[in-house]
Write a protein that binds this ligand. Structure first.
Ligand code: DLL
Length: 444
């Protein structure tokens, strides 16, 4: 196991490093980004007055809306000629969110992703199969540069073309595979479909992320592929993948690269800070980025943090798995539920496959949620391949009861035949809004 010195700093050392870097970054944004200078002036804060990490709370949060307003390069702290790369995240409506990197930024990013892959079990000299999409999305190139930096032979497969993915895995013998959990699940199913045993490949470790996934989904993937699957977190606005990584030793929380990203957790409604252990919205400040430094960025992601020691020996603060995005939370008759919670309970049922979607619908003047699930091949076979069977009806009822007792929500359930729900090549689409008017508060 390679432990980087900074990953074992004690709290005093880490906070001293963070403060030194924070002082620099606040000066930079004040000098170079008019948006931030305005924020400092409005709040009567001077960069010189930064004497402790707590001083950061005197500055307001940065939001996705601020990024939109300053599209595409308005929040950058360097001239466009100094950028060596841009990435962008698609965004659900309108223009994408654009982020930029100097050569030094790419260097830092490669370093933290190299650390992340190593935290997950990757080793120099071995081979990494990278099935994250290449392009404007940060997943493909992010993992690619990190893998090369670690000294792994990197196979830049990107997403798509499952048969080719399988051939390359069989012929090249990778020990690490990277991709979204939903895509890797489809890949494992494709292997089964070809009459192969997904447990017999050379793969030992999975680096999965870019979308919320439950611990039950981890167990499913680990059992199907006979691997250790670890969670990688990140977002383009902060750098891309590698902001935090779960270690294969404990698989209990993700180590934040806090020498580069300062984390806070806030109550998304009151914006008050929350202590370790309490779930809230993650907020990050970049400490070392040149092109696109970002102060107190509200990620929209729900998680908690912990300073408890980890069995892997790292002392960096850990974040829990992301439960979901604030915007993905459904409120059904006053009960809050995230798709990942639905997934957690759904995957306890052997009769269904791990693919699902939540459809938001309108019944008359009322909103409702319909959970779309698929029978597993095995169960479908057991009931004689008849989708109209009474058993399918009862299975739907059983799932409905499970959702009511576990997630405390009533939802309609539609049981489909195997392989009928859409598969994604990147991030899985878990919530589909089929209502005419988009409303967050679903009351059935
Ligand atoms: O998804 C970066 C990434 C690539 C992370 C590859 C991990 C692996 P964006 O496209 O900007 O960047 O999307 C960021 O995806 O705010 C979360 O809502 C979600 N997300 C990312 N990683 C996880 C994860 C990349 N491990 C948004 N668990 C974030 C849950 C995640 N959600």
């Amino acid at each position: 196991m390679i432990l980087h010195e900074v990953e074992t700093f004690d709290r005093i050392e880490m906070e001293a490093l963070q403060l030194e870097r924070l002082k620099k970054v606040v000066h930079t944004v004040y000098e170079k980004v008019p948006f931030y200078r305005e924020q400092f002036e409005k709040n009567e804060v001077s960069p010189k007055s930064f004497q402790s990490l707590k001083d950061l709370s005197r500055l307001p949060f940065t939001t996705k809306e601020d990024l939109r307003i300053h599209y595409p390069f308005g929040l950058f702290a360097v001239d466009q000629s100094e950028l060596v790369r841009v990435h962008a995240s698609s965004g659900t409506s309108g223009k994408p969110t654009v982020v930029g990197y100097t050569e030094k930024d790419i260097d830092m990013w490669s370093e933290i992703v190299a650390r992340a892959i190593s935290i997950a079990g990757g080793k120099p000299g071995e081979l990494l199969h990278n099935a994250y999409g290449y392009g404007l999305f940060t997943g493909g190139l992010g993992l690619h540069y990190g893998s090369e930096r670690l000294g792994m032979t990197t196979v830049p497969v990107s997403g798509g073309n499952m048969s080719r993915q399988i051939t390359l895995i069989e012929d090249f013998n990778p020990t690490v595979i990277c991709g979204t959990p939903s895509y890797i699940l489809s890949l494992a199913e494709k292997l089964e479909e070809q009459g192969k045993d997904p447990r017999s490949t050379s793969i030992k470790y999975g680096v999965f992320g870019a979308e919320p996934w439950s611990d039950k989904m981890r167990k499913t993937l680990e059992a199907k592929l006979d691997i250790k699957a670890c969670d990688i977190y990140g977002l383009s606005e902060i750098i891309g993948p590698g902001v935090a990584m779960e270690c294969h030793e404990s698989q209990d929380g993700l180590h934040i690269a806090e020498d580069h990203f300062l984390v806070e957790v806030i109550n998304p409604n009151t914006l008050e800070p929350l202590p370790p252990g309490q779930e809230g919205e993650l907020v990050f400040t970049s400490l070392t980025k040149e092109a696109f430094p970002i102060i107190r960025y509200r990620t929209g992601d729900i998680a908690s943090i912990s300073y408890e020691p980890c069995e892997c020996g790292r002392t960096t603060v850990k974040m829990s798995r992301v439960k979901g995005r604030v915007d993905d939370m459904l409120i059904i008759r006053g009960v809050n539920v995230f798709p990942s919670e639905v997934e957690h309970f759904l995957l306890t049922m052997k009769e269904i496959s791990p693919h699902y979607q939540l459809h938001l619908k309108r019944k008359g003047s009322l909103d409702s949620v319909e959970l779309q699930v698929e029978m597993s091949e095995k169960y479908f076979h057991e009931i004689g391949g008849n989708a109209d069977d009474e058993k399918v009806f009862l299975l739907g009822k059983q799932i409905q009861e499970l959702m009511k007792s576990s997630c405390l929500v009533s939802m309609d359930v539609k049981v489909h035949i195997p392989k009928s729900l859409p598969r994604s090549e990147g991030k899985a689409v878990r919530v589909v809004d089929l209502r005419e008017v988009v409303k967050k508060d679903i009351r059935t």
